[in-house]
Design a protein around this ligand. Structure first.
Ligand SMILES: *Cc1c(COP(=O)(O)O)cnc(C)c1O
Length: 523
């Protein structure tokens, strides 16, 4: 088994280093060899660009040699770098040498095929090339005129992807709705909630409420499994005080119960509140649970709530017809978001959001200062994506999604998803047939939630033994998994979806998990 000694030593060495000024001996001789790099000169860019691609290719070639979870201690970097920027230019060689010796040890390798933590952050050659082109063009496509291709390509690829997901026509530009690329699912839910708030506050004000009064009467609904970004959105929207967090448990496999929602909503409505926002999840962060969209959608409709669905990870899998049933009921939803950067081979960041009625979002977000006015906007001929998001500036992110869809095709993307689900099914069968591990929640998509069964005399229901096991596994460096707590049960999560993960990597991890469990049980 590999020991990853090099990286551990550099972390330890750092802590042994005094942090007094003037003792950074490693910088000696690091003067630039050639002439300083120009700001931009085409042939020089070509040379350095190739150099950088080579560096990254070597990184991917060697990635298995690094511990997946960085093993450094907090503050490891501060004591290895100077306290101020250099006055004189340095050379790229020196910078890259520092990247290799000082930065890489502090990197957790999300692109390692043995990365099973959190949810994955996919990458691919196609996604990288698209991202590189976006960086190269470096346009800021906030309005159509600021770079027409950036806006129009985004509209086209969002329709393409919406069709792969079999979203109802109303979510597509071709059907009167439309999609937008946000940086993250957090931003997607935040803007959806701001649109919902605008609509609800207008309704209460039309009935005579003051704006402050209206804010105080809005109630939102999530489950205790909903991603915390919805809580953050409610804080930003000023409605967090009345965000109802409904409990779930193992009896519904951690999905939101329509009966519990109906009861909470009815009570609030009877008490003079206006239920305005509901977030459902397809593939919760803890256990990939799926909320029952059709039933939740009916309640949202009945009370006039904005229904947002967050499918950050699992939504991607719905491009496969055999998985698509998880989106049944999507026609009752106002907005739907998922992250192709998690599982659809598109480099971070790329979070897609579709809306049935984008005009409601634009109503909440739009501004039109004189300095941004232009004919196309004034004549309402175009989409200005600045009105669909929090920031003004935005990257040309659709390029990487376009490259990915074109260079792999829908068939290539489905193959990627199916392979991971197949591997997860295999892991699930290993857990189920093992006598000392057990599943804590059903396997959904490619997430496996399991634990070491506690011994009979265990006093904390397996928490300590599983937490110890997890740390033992991760500190070896050969793979990385994380945990959650489900219904009070400390649970190991193995999310299978990293771009280069194959069955062999999961089998290696399973061996390590078993070896560490053996060791733990002997003590
Ligand atoms: C990962 C995840 C998020 C958060 O994603 P960001 O894009 O980082 O904001 C939100 N919801 C779910 C269900 C997730 O799994």
């Amino acid at each position: 088994m590999k020991s990853f000694a090099v990286n551990r030593i550099s972390a330890v060495a750092c802590h042994a280093t005094s942090r007094k000024e003037g003792e950074f001996k490693w910088r000696e001789g690091a003067v630039p060899l050639g002439k300083p790099m120009s700001v931009f000169e085409v042939e020089e860019f070509r040379k350095y660009g190739h150099r950088m691609v080579d560096f990254i290719a070597d990184y991917y070639r060697d990635i298995a040699e690094y511990p997946v979870r960085s093993q450094v201690q907090p503050g490891y970097l501060e004591c290895q770098l100077p306290t101020a920027a250099p006055e004189d230019p340095e050379s790229l060689d020196d910078v890259l040498a520092d990247v290799q010796s000082k930065i890489i040890p502090g990197v957790t390798h999300w692109q390692s095929p043995s990365f099973f933590a959190f949810y994955p952050a996919n990458f691919s050659t196609a996604g990288f090339l698209g991202d590189m082109l976006s960086g190269g063009l470096n346009v800021i496509g906030f309005s159509w005129i600021s770079s027409p291709a950036a806006t129009e390509l985004e509209q086209i690829v969002l329709d393409w992807l919406g069709k792969l997901l079999q979203l109802p026509e109303e979510f597509l530009f071709s059907g009167g709705g439309g999609g937008v690329i946000q940086g993250t699912a957090s931003e997607a839910v935040c803007v959806a909630m701001l649109a919902a708030r605008k609509r609800a506050v207008a309704k209460l004000m039309a009935e005579g409420a003051s704006e402050t009064e209206a804010f105080g009467r809005l109630t939102g609904y999530v489950s205790d499994q909903t991603h915390v970004s919805v809580q953050k959105a409610a804080q930003i929207a000023g409605v967090a005080a009345n965000l109802r967090v409904l409990p779930t448990n193992s009896s519904t496999n951690f999905s939101l119960s329509p009966a519990a929602l109906r009861k909470a909503v009815a009570e609030d409505a009877a008490n003079g509140f206006l239920p305005f926002f509901l977030c459902g999840t397809v593939g919760t962060t803890s256990s990939a649970a799926v909320d029952p969209l059709p039933e939740l959608g009916d309640i949202a409709l009945e009370y006039g709530m904005w229904f947002h669905v967050d499918a950050a990870f699992a939504g991607n899998a719905c491009i496969c017809p055999e998985v698509r049933h998880n989106l049944d009921g999507i026609e009752k939803v106002d907005s739907y978001s998922m992250n192709p950067h998690k599982w659809l081979l598109t480099n971070f960041d790329c979070s897609t959001l579709w809306l049935k009625d984008p005009r409601q979002l634009v109503a909440a977000m739009s501004t039109s200062p004189e300095y941004l006015r232009n004919k196309a906007t004034d004549e309402k001929l175009v989409v200005d994506y600045k009105d669909w998001q929090l920031p003004l500036g935005r990257k040309f992110r659709s390029l990487k999604l376009w490259f990915t869809m074109r260079l792999y095709g829908a068939s290539g993307l489905r193959k990627h998803i199916r392979e991971h689900i197949r591997i997860a099914e295999h892991l699930e069968s290993l857990v189920r047939t093992s006598d000392r591990f057990e599943m804590v929640a059903p396997r959904n998509f490619s997430l496996v939630c399991f634990r070491l069964k506690p011994l009979e005399n265990d006093t904390d229901n397996g928490r300590t033994v599983n937490a110890t096991l997890l740390e033992a596994i991760n500190s070896r460096g050969a793979c990385f998994l994380t945990h959650t707590v489900l219904d009070g049960v400390f649970t190991l999560r193995m999310a299978i979806g990293s771009s280069r993960t194959e069955l062999q990597h999961v089998m290696e991890a399973w061996t390590i998990i078993n070896t560490e469990a053996d060791r733990l049980m002997k003590h």
